[in-house]
Design a protein around this ligand. Structure first.
Ligand SMILES: Cc1cc2nc3c(=O)[nH]c(=O)nc-3n(C[C@H](O)[C@H](O)[C@H](O)COP(=O)(O)OP(=O)(O)OC[C@H]3O[C@@H](n4cnc5c(N)ncnc54)[C@H](O)[C@@H]3O)c2cc1C
Length: 353
């Protein structure tokens, strides 16, 4: 049996950030993560010769103040998302697409140089190898007379407190919690939307950014689809190039090759056969990721119940905290929400030192 003071379930941004805030406290902190990698919904792929490709979180803005502070403190740099002055706009299938002028962007979006995973790597480097358990989904949480336990297929953690950073609907679906959580809380959890859980992202890497000619654009907005949005995704150094887009989430049940063929068909309409010269097609179907997404019992709207007041207190005699970006009262669902959730939990726990 492993005996940390605090066990954090999930090594995504919330879990790693909470570890960052607590690392100098007297608590013995351990993290247990279901996937064989850290980062959760932050996942940057690094194909050889191509730019870093974001399969998950990508953009931040100046309003994400905690994230901006954290990046500064870790000496990580950002750069503006390239949008160009024009976008390809396709509003109806019966009319050809047009090049339209983009209005001035009053709230520019930024990306991390080297990819969003540089943030995850910086935080994960602070975790000692004996404190991080990868590839171990927690199956059960049980209140015990002297604390609280989390059980994986490999071991039992006996802790003073457990912080779950799983999206609440996933926690409810995946982990058997004993005694049962109060009905008002579980009623909210099952209807708490997991941000971007239904999304499909794809990226195509290229040797040349052919879409930047004056008569074209790497920014596409389409009502026709199946690609609904597309953006220039080249590296900060401008030495490798890519396009990255969102694919209509209802196509999750198709085969990867079928989706790829649909993407290529749509992009040929805008750019001709040059799109076929890519050096790699990459995609992430988040609804197929069992450690991000669980289906809902009923229809749930984007951001529904995010930041609900029932997430702002601990449960099971104060020993279980339901955290994670979706529980944050500001910017829930986003990276900023993950940091604010970690901050909130830190404030709860520091009184116990
Ligand atoms: C496609 C996509 C695009 C996005 N774009 C943006 C963006 O541009 N800007 C932005 O700010 N945000 C964006 N987001 C949202 C952002 O990624 C999340 O807000 C943030 O990463 C959430 O962090 P988290 O730690 O709270 O949750 P998660 O990242 O979901 O972390 C939870 C962790 O728990 C683990 N886990 C699950 N089940 C178990 C279990 N049983 N036992 C142990 N561990 C378990 C998971 O593997 C995961 O590592 C995007 C998300 C996606 C999917």
């Amino acid at each position: 049996m492993i005996r940390p003071d605090i066990l954090i379930i999930g090594a995504g941004l919330t879990g790693l950030c909470l570890h960052h805030f607590l690392k100098d406290s007297p608590f013995k902190i351990h993290l247990v993560e279901a996937r064989p990698r850290v980062g959760g919904r932050i996942h940057t792929k690094h194909p050889e010769g191509g730019p870093p490709l974001e399969m998950g979180a990508t953009w931040l803005g100046a309003k994400h103040t905690r994230l901006v502070e954290l990046l500064k403190s870790l000496d990580l740099k950002v750069f503006p998302q390239k949008l160009g002055t024009n976008a390809i706009y396709e509003w109806i299938s019966t009319s050809p697409h047009q090049l339209v002028a983009l209005p001035e962007n009053e709230e520019p979006s930024y990306r991390l140089r080297g990819g969003t995973s540089t943030l995850i790597d910086a935080l994960a480097n602070e975790v000692g190898p004996d404190s991080l358990y990868l590839g171990e989904p927690v199956e059960k949480i049980t209140l015990t007379p002297d604390g609280i336990q989390a059980i994986t297929g490999k071991r039992i953690f006996q802790a003073r407190a457990i912080v779950s950073t799983l999206p609440p609907n996933l926690l409810l679906n995946q982990v058997n919690i004993q005694p049962e959580l109060p009905g008002d809380l579980t009623g909210v959890m099952e209807k708490t939307h997991t941000w971007m859980g239904e999304s499909i992202k794809f990226a195509l890497s290229y040797k040349e950014a052919f879409w930047r000619e004056p008569i074209s654009s790497g920014t596409v907005l389409s009502n026709v689809g199946p690609v609904t949005e597309l953006y220039d995704h080249s590296s900060f150094a401008e030495d490798s190039y890519a396009l990255k887009g969102f694919f209509n989430g209802t196509y999750a049940s198709l085969k990867r090759s079928e989706r790829e063929a649909m993407v290529m068909g749509q992009l040929r309409r805008y750019y001709g056969n040059r799109v076929d010269d890519h050096t790699g097609y990459h995609e992430a179907v988040w609804a197929r990721e069992p450690f991000t997404y669980a289906p809902y019992e009923t229809h749930v709207l984007p951001h529904q119940n995010n930041g609900h007041q029932l997430y702002q207190k601990p449960y099971l005699d104060g020993k279980l905290i339901v955290a994670g970006s979706e529980t944050a009262s500001l910017y829930p669902g986003y990276m900023e929400g993950a940091i604010r959730s970690a901050e909130f939990v830190y404030d709860l726990l520091k009184h116990r030192i």
